[in-house]
Design a protein around this ligand. Structure first.
Ligand SMILES: [Zn+2]
Length: 344
């Protein structure tokens, strides 16, 4: 399969599986099946992360590449007297980005119910000015469940309770012009990139310099993604996560974005240089950038005591943590950088 087709296939599959942070079991099962079908060894940590390993010529040194399978979402905070649900946010996003969005409520018994996230004053015909001026704060939103429920008791009879997970419709669209529009391209664009890299290595029998670990972390959105379970032979850790194109930024939706500094400080100078050199040598479109309000899985690993060089690369994602957009080119350039960096 050609890379563009493979990227699209993975995007569609991975984006269709709800995985708000703290609720990643279903996508973990998908990864186990997919990676198993490539005949790649993997192990699953107690916390629910997965590490797949392909050995290289030198097994004493490893490049560990991470991408996170968890996304933003919500959790039921209160079953209200009016038969609706108030929520608490999972991860950091503006509430208006999910206003009017369809969602699923996942009960602890494994049932799924449909609903819509609305403000508490959702109709201009009823609330006129109030509806427009209502502060877009979490407390002013509620889920209207698509069941005939009118009281708290009605809702609880369905099995819906405080602490149930809420996932939002991703509204995934891949246009004829190869733009990808969806929620949660952060970081499922990179998850798709890593799966494509793995398939490429296996199908084209690409020989690797060092051993490569593919770390699929599951708590990145709340800060402790890859804070444990990092293989001991890791000498370099590359977080594969979204770049930030926008006003004043150097990143684009077409290149691989290489981050020189984010909220936690600079990335490793030498490893960042090496990655830039790989791009130059192989005519890979790249942009170096600084992210003013950003933390990655590399920081989670470092804060937990990892001793390795560390970098951050990934596709440029516009309107991050909102209704996001990137271009297939950006994912493709990310894949090319990874393959050229790790191959012998
Ligand atoms: Zn991310």
């Amino acid at each position: 399969m050609e890379n563009t087709c493979m990227i699209k296939k993975y995007l569609n599959e991975v984006l269709s599986i709800p995985s708000p942070t703290g609720y990643t079991k279903e996508i973990l099962e998908y990864l186990k099946k997919e990676i198993g079908s490539m005949n790649v060894d993997y192990k699953v940590g107690n916390k629910g992360m997965l590490i797949a390993t392909i050995e290289g010529e030198d097994n004493n040194k490893a490049t560990t590449l991470s991408a996170h399978i968890d996304t933003l979402g919500a959790i039921v905070k209160e079953v209200k007297g009016n038969g609706r649900l108030s929520v608490s946010q999972l991860g950091g996003y503006m509430m208006n980005t999910v206003e009017g969005e369809n969602c699923l409520i996942h009960t602890r018994e494994g049932k799924k119910y449909e609903g819509t996230l609305q403000t508490i004053k959702p109709s201009v015909h009823i609330h006129a000015n109030d509806a427009r001026e209502l502060p877009r704060e979490c407390k002013n939103y509620e889920i209207v469940i698509d069941e005939e429920v009118f009281t708290k008791d009605d809702v609880q009879k369905l099995g819906i309770e405080v602490g149930d997970i809420v996932s939002f419709d991703t509204r995934t669209r891949i246009t004829e012009s190869n733009f990808v529009k969806s929620r949660y391209l952060d970081d499922k664009a990179s998850v798709s990139a890593l799966l494509t890299v793995m398939r490429n290595i296996k199908e084209n029998n690409i020989k690797l310099k060092n051993t490569v670990n593919f770390y699929f972390s599951n708590y990145e959105e709340v800060g402790h993604g890859s804070s444990s379970f990092i293989p001991n032979n890791t000498t370099e850790f590359i977080a594969v996560d979204m770049g930030c194109p926008g006003d004043g930024q150097n990143s684009t939706e077409y290149d691989v974005c290489i981050c020189a500094k984010d909220s936690n400080g600079p990335y490793d100078y030498e490893l960042t240089n090496t990655l830039i050199e790989v791009c130059k040598k192989n005519s890979i479109g790249y942009k170096v950038d600084i992210y003013p309000s950003y933390g990655s899985d590399a920081a989670a690993a470092l804060k937990a005591g990892m001793d390795a060089k560390f970098a951050l690369i990934g596709p440029g994602v516009f309107a991050s943590h909102g209704y996001e957009r990137t271009h297939i080119k950006s994912i493709d350039q990310t894949i090319k950088l990874i393959i050229n960096h790790i191959q012998k």
